[in-house]
Design a binder for this molecule. Sequence first.
Ligand code: ZN
Length: 405
Amino acid sequence: MLTVNGPRLWNSLMEMAKVGATAAGGNCRLALSAEDFAGRALFADWCHQAGMSLDTDAIGNLFARRAGRDPQARPVVMGSHLDTQPAGGRFDGVYGVLAGLEVVRSLNDAGITTDKPLEIAVWTNEEGARFTPAMLGSAAFCGVLPLDKALAMEDAQGISVATALAGHAGSLPLGRPFDAYFELHIEQGPILEQASVPIGVVTGGQAICWLNVRVTGQPAHAGTTPMHLRRDALFAASAMIRQLEQLAEAFAPHGLVTVGQLLIPGSSRNTIPGQVRFTVDLRHHQDAQIAAMEQRTCALLQQVAAQRGLTVDIQPHWFSAATPFDPDCIAAVGQAVTALGYPHREMVSGAGHDAIHLARHCPSSMIFIPCVGGLSHNEAEDALPENICMGADVLLGAVLGRAGG
Ligand SMILES: [Zn+2]
């Protein structure tokens, strides 16, 4: 079973981490900044040394290509992103890109030419920290976001993607057909580490349902209004939120419920709150289950409001359906990890990734490895060298299985 050169991959990760390094040991390579372009240039140098050719598309997605025996075949693509959060870590995204490079270097060492061409994709503005939305480059590539809209997005300084890209966009067509897409990534959560399992075979992305809730009662004097005559919107909201936590338990372990924002408009310490607004974020990997969660959320909020003589208004804000990954790609990862004998478990991606868009374009799947303490989007983000190496071994096996070697 062919494996990668772990120390070489680790060294490349540490070299890349010097580009846009922060004082606290993290990275700041905001999308299409000087640091991001410096990171891309370093990656391009390494790809040239590995015998690959490079080109970009109209939104600046960068593709490094290794020819296969069949030049007509669609490429098997690995990839992720090189941009980071403003106070980001050394592994989020970068790992998937440089592991792709390590796969190519290892194939070079072994003298293996695949039937299908291989490509490494560096997607533009995955983080969404400089330009919104996140995963902008892959969205434009997959036709989820029209190119003109993507190019017109502006950062906080009013600089557009088109301006920031100047000289870095190329002529590769958007939406080119791919044979398959594999993205290797740190988990960005604590599940694998807690379970002491080095490899996550990712079966898909979760559905997300966002609701805006407004509870309306009666504002009144805190000193003159007896408790039983109050219609306190905040006590009602807190009863609702307590029940939402119980709702999550009813959909455990896959159902997730978060109330991330709560506003008391015009709040005052000696006035009974007359209105409270809060957000609800529901997640589940099955569309049917998230629909059930939404239905039960609405029912329980209405029930609490009715019991307390208040009104509640619930507005859907955003919905994103679950993204099941391709069974053949999941199987290719499963076969690779089984052949290697590495402990693994199937899991769902909790975060958004470029692979979520790619899954609508071509057969796709992801591989996760643990990150220390489950930390990500954090300068202290870390991963163990042995896990870094194991994840890349699995990527190599899955890609070889798909590309034919
Ligand atoms: Zn990422």
